[in-house]
Design a protein around this ligand. Structure first.
Ligand SMILES: Nc1ncnc2c1ncn2[C@@H]1O[C@H](COP(=O)(O)OP(=O)(O)OP(=O)(O)O)[C@@H](O)[C@H]1O
Ligand SMILES: [Mg+2]
Length: 325
């Protein structure tokens, strides 16, 4: 029965992933129906809707077994404004199981630290199996609202999420250190001067590793913010790291590229997004520009090998140019 819970296109896509420190996509996809069945059984849950998917995870709507389909129960009262979230027990929830890879390893730790403030509430976790039981949010995400409002929401969420990171969260300094070396050695998939600049900036940012180690949501884009009852918007999918908050801005620049316009408006639109988010989140704009250059160069180098990555590479160049102007 749980075989039907894994969409075939997801299985085909993730099945092609090579191992990233844990197990190859194919082995994980083969084991996934059994894993879902075990988790449903052990946690006393039953499916309550069609499986949603991300790039490396399934998110299965669930409810406590035997409760039946008698309407919404989000596990706590619907409050005006922003409440802390479901008090206890499991109401309507989502069982998220991720293909094991390093970026996802700290997700439970981060959600636990936020405890429902600005982010989806974690109800239960088995980090060893990369399995999370999450409060269920609405399907509507931040791509559905105008871009200025969306950037204000992202900036406010970043401010709400700010707190020191747990010692086990991977450090941004280590990432920057790796980029300083890798970008210098990378093939020129974008102009050499941008790779050299990104490598130099990464080295400078890495050397400042004595700064505060904040808990970072490193993938806060419009699709990773969902509407909720107890709060207008909540973040999901944090891919956490520990370090400088200025790292968090870049995903909001590259996503919703269709809303950037064309020609000379692109630079203006990117700088406007950057300014709005930094202002709301209390982030230094110069540092956000420097991290964005590093992250965009990294993305361009990563995607250069994929035939579908060409459009993203030109976007990376546009963003790096706009950060330099
Ligand atoms: N708590 C939740 N409530 C409702 N839907 C959710 C919830 N968590 C995840 N989803 C749905 O599942 C999708 C995938 O989840 P998520 O973004 O966490 O996974 P991912 O594989 O890490 O994604 P990405 O493609 O961004 O790497 C989301 O885009 C959303 O549609
Ligand atoms: Mg996501």
């Amino acid at each position: 029965m749980t075989l039907g819970l894994v969409p075939p296109d997801f299985a085909a896509r993730v099945g092609a992933y090579p191992s990233d420190g844990y197990l190859p996509g194919r082995d994980w996809v083969e084991a996934l129906p059994g894993l879902l069945a075990d988790l449903l059984d052990e946690w006393g849950l039953e499916p309550a809707g069609a499986t949603l998917t991300g790039s490396c995870s399934v998110a299965l709507p669930v409810r406590p077994r035997g409760r039946g389909g008698d309407g919404p129960d989000r596990g706590g009262a619907v409050a005006a404004g922003c409440s802390a979230g479901p008090e206890a027990g499991v109401g309507d929830a989502v069982l998220k199981v991720t293909w094991p890879h390093p970026e996802a390893a700290g997700e439970a730790l981060a959600l636990q630290a936020w405890d429902g403030n600005g982010a989806v509430r974690l109800l239960r976790a088995d980090p060893r199996r990369f399995a999370l039981l999450l409060e269920r949010l609405h399907p509507r995400d931040l791509t559905t609202v105008d871009i200025d409002t969306a950037c204000e929401v992202l900036g406010d969420l970043l401010a709400t999420l700010r707190r020191p990171a747990h010692a086990r969260v991977p450090t941004l300094a280590a990432y920057a250190d790796r980029q300083a070396t890798e970008l210098r050695a990378a093939a020129p998939v974008i102009p050499r001067r941008y790779l050299d600049q990104a490598s130099r900036l990464a080295g400078e940012l890495a050397s400042e590793s004595a700064g505060p180690r904040w808990l970072l949501h490193t993938d806060l884009h419009y699709g990773n913010v969902l509407a909720a009852d107890r709060c207008p918007w909540l973040a999901i999918d944090p891919k956490p790291m520990a370090g400088d908050v200025a790292f968090e801005v870049a995903p909001a620049l590259a996503n919703r590229a269709d809303a950037l316009g064309t020609g000379s408006t692109v630079r203006w639109a990117l700088r406007r997004r950057l300014a709005m988010i930094c202002e709301r989140a209390g982030i230094d704009e110069d540092r956000a520009r420097a991290w964005t250059i590093v992250r965009e160069a990294d993305t361009a180098v990563d995607l250069a090998a994929h035939p579908s990555g060409r459009g993203r590479t030109s976007l990376a160049v546009m963003i790096i140019k706009a950060m330099n102007d």
